[in-house]
Design a protein around this ligand. Structure first.
Ligand code: NAD
Length: 503
């Protein structure tokens, strides 16, 4: 660990448990064993507020993946997990949730230090969301059943019913913005129905997943049920997408990578769920409460420094309140503190990497070049760390690059509209369809607009209200399939139709 990173941890009095974990040689978790990469390769983990080296993680190989798939396959085909009584799986998942709860502060610190995010937000959102997801799906383990069917037309006499069976070995590829929580979204349902899993965390943020694996072992979940292979997307992720031992891929990440994964997975008809990028529209009508809406809109884009898939990144405000709305936004955002993630008052944290900072700054430059009006932000941060200040562009047009492409940083693009039909057309004019938000107190209008928006989630007078009981996923190029809710369970189950001929 670099001295700059050590000083950062000292300054914010990071717990001894977190320090002990970070001081360890990190290993992957395969078949219940802790192993380095087969060729011994490692990659450095960089801390985002100092740019210093935090630790190293194994850079897994295709051979490591083969071993992880073999362990998951063996556990699924010949092990006890899928055969356990559902209440026993439920008990083990609750035990895992108990351990996550007992180590919540440590996990939040690891997530914050590894990704750069606010430790307070990590605790309240990421870690709490992880615990809640495992608890929610634990309860589903004992509620999976088929149905008894009466044939509708066939003459003769039969007993017919359907069985629900776990799909098999599930591979999960995870992005870096909500590492542990996204992993929970993939694993909670898969483990509840009896699947076994191989997880590839993002190369930038693997640490919380490795700590999680220790808790999986401590909970008594059998070896081979959960396997973690760290490493590059282009190596481990690509090998997963076409691996013959994997039955289902569940991917969360960008649309271009998701397309590559999907194409490879289709070769042997793997089941797949693709949770991809977004450019979510926010519609503010003239009857909205300006102050309350401005605060919610700011939270909806600047939370996690805009590194949120369903961030409300395209803002459309009715012309009659456009300027007062931008003023209210400016005033609220001026009170948000930009600071390292471990600062308890941090709201705007550094971006995850120098590459992400460069990418976001290049979009800001493109906005200036295209003639959008810069309202606030827009300048690179001079000091250490990958900070980008919250940035608002006004008077944008839908043909601008900053309006069409996902920036994945704290940049909000806005324009005014004059009527409902116009704003619905503007909102739907995107390749993405992950989410949308409406700010209005006119119930008739709200219910008229909701069905017209091509988006997987529609938030009204709020943003990113996420819960394990509600499905999450995209329309259009934001992907297909749903995580969370009972809808996700279906995607992890095969349905077998059984026919018994009586006469
Ligand atoms: P990314 O697509 O670059 O990477 C996601 C994961 O895919 C990482 O683990 C990466 O290692 C892996 N990967 C990279 N190349 C691969 C390849 N060729 N084959 C297989 N795997 C490969 O995305 P990111 O930069 O980590 O995350 C940001 C993106 O994720 C944004 O587009 C965001 O909108 C999206 N996202 C979507 C959701 C959702 O629920 N829809 C949630 C979070 C993030």
């Amino acid at each position: 660990m670099d001295t700059t990173v050590k000083a950062y941890l000292d300054n914010y009095q990071v717990s001894q448990a977190t320090r002990d974990f970070l001081a360890k040689t990190q290993r992957m978790f395969i078949g219940g064993n802790w192993v380095g990469a087969s060729d011994g390769a490692v990659s450095e983990v960089i801390e985002a507020s100092t740019g210093g080296v935090l630790t190293q993680i194994p850079e897994g190989t295709a051979l490591d993946l083969d071993r992880a798939v073999a362990a998951a396959r063996h556990q699924f085909d010949q092990g006890e997990w899928s055969q356990l009584k559902p209440l026993e799986r439920e008990r083990l998942l609750h035990k895992l949730a108990d351990l996550l709860e007992a180590h919540a502060q440590e996990l939040a610190e690891i997530e914050s230090i590894d990704m750069g995010k606010s430790v307070v937000q990590a605790l309240e959102v990421d870690i709490q969301g992880t615990i809640d997801t495992f608890r929610y799906f634990a309860g589903w383990a004992s509620k999976i059943y088929g149905r008894s069917v009466e044939p509708a037309s066939l003459p003769g006499s039969y007993v017919t019913y359907t069985r629900k069976e776990p799909v098999g070995v599930v591979a999960s590829i995870i992005p870096w913005n909500f590492p542990l929580q996204t992993m929970a979204w993939k694993l909670g349902a898969a483990l509840a129905v009896g699947c076994t899993v191989v997880v590839k965390p993002a190369e930038l943020t693997s640490l919380s997943t490795l700590r999680f694996a220790e808790l999986v072992q401590q909970a008594g979940i059998p070896d081979g049920v959960v396997n973690i292979v760290t490493g590059r997307g282009s190596v481990v992720g690509a090998a997963m997408s076409s691996h013959p031992g994997i039955d289902k891929i569940t991917f969360t990440g960008s649309t271009p990578v998701g397309r590559t994964v999907g194409e490879a997975a289709l070769a042997d008809m793997k089941r797949m769920t693709l949770e991809l990028g977004g450019k979510s529209a926010v519609l503010v009508f003239e009857d909205a409460d300006i102050k309350a809406a401005a605060e919610a809109v700011a939270q909806g884009i600047f939370f996690n420094s805009g590194q949120v898939c369903d961030a409300g990144s395209r803002l459309y405000v009715h012309a009659s309140i456009y300027e007062p709305f931008l003023e209210a936004l400016t005033e609220y955002v001026s009170g948000l503190k930009m600071a390292p993630g471990l600062d308890p008052d941090c709201f705007i944290s550094p971006l995850v990497s120098a590459k992400q900072q460069d990418s976001v700054l290049s979009y800001i430059e493109a906005g200036k070049q295209e003639g959008a009006r810069l309202v606030f932000g827009g300048e690179a941060h001079g000091g250490s760390g990958y900070f980008v200040p919250p940035t608002l562009f006004a008077d944008c047009r839908n043909d601008m690059k900053i309006v069409r492409e996902e920036i994945f940083g704290p940049v909000l693009v806005s324009q005014s509209f004059s009527d409902e039909d116009e704003v619905v057309a503007l909102a739907n004019d995107s390749i993405y369809g992950l989410a949308a938000a409406i700010y209005s107190n006119d119930l008739t209008r709200v219910h008229r607009v909701i069905p017209q928006l091509k988006a997987g989630s529609v938030y009204v007078n709020g943003h990113s209200t996420i819960d394990p009981a509600m499905p999450f996923g995209g329309y259009k190029q934001s992907g297909f399939g749903r995580d969370l809710g009972p809808e996700q369970l279906e995607s992890l189950l095969e349905t077998k139709s059984v026919w018994i001929t009586l006469s």
